[in-house]
Design a protein. Structure first.
Length: 189
């Protein structure tokens, strides 16, 4: 298990490989499609962003409201391809990591290679467990979006898996190949 802390630097990102298990500690920013559209509109209009994306990590999540005495409700990942139209612009502004679930498009993977960024996977359906790693949550922008507002999260030892590394190696492609190779080797014995 590799421990990562923020800021998430180029050096940290370049040291990771697809398939690595990570415990992530530090700051994450939440944003889903509506927030991403606003971020990219701000970039296009030359307006400042509500946070500096340099060496930052965005978590694709719209957390549920917290129960009494809790910091946050369920915080499971949303499907990442919905942010694919927006991700390259943010990566080109220094975004170093993204957390979600599912496949990414080739334009995103190319922007990741170009900018030394990493795509982490969080396990869908485990939102309540993920919420336990979140120590604080604060809305910092687009409050009118409700659960999809941008939040600054402080997390401690959030378990993640590197799905796509800075070289473009993709666990969704590597994993099945390795499985088939192992199965063939077992059958050949």
């Amino acid at each position: 298990m590799i421990e990562i802390t923020t800021p998430f630097t180029t050096q940290q990102a370049d040291a990771l490989r697809a398939g690595d298990s990570v415990l992530f500690t530090g700051t994450l920013y939440t944003a889903r499609d509506a927030a991403h559209a606003r971020l990219c509109q701000a970039l296009a209009e030359g307006r400042p962003l509500p946070f500096d994306p340099t060496d930052a990590v965005i978590y694709y999540v719209g957390p549920t409201p917290p129960r009494p005495g809790k910091v946050i409700g369920s915080a499971g990942p949303t499907t990442s391809y919905r942010m694919d139209a927006y991700s390259p612009a943010l990566l080109d502004r220094g975004l170093r990591g993204m957390v979600g679930k599912g496949l990414r498009g080739e334009a995103v993977v190319e922007a990741m290679r170009r900018n030394h960024a990493v795509y982490f996977g969080a396990v869908g359906g485990t939102g309540a467990l993920i919420g336990r790693a979140i120590r604080s949550a604060e809305v910092i922008a687009y409050e009118d979006l409700g659960t999809e507002a941008i939040r600054r999260l402080t997390v401690e030892k959030l378990p993640l898996t590197v799905v796509i590394d800075t070289q473009g190696n993709n666990l969704y492609e590597i994993g099945p190949r390795r499985y088939l190779e192992t199965a063939r080797a077992e059958t050949a014995r």
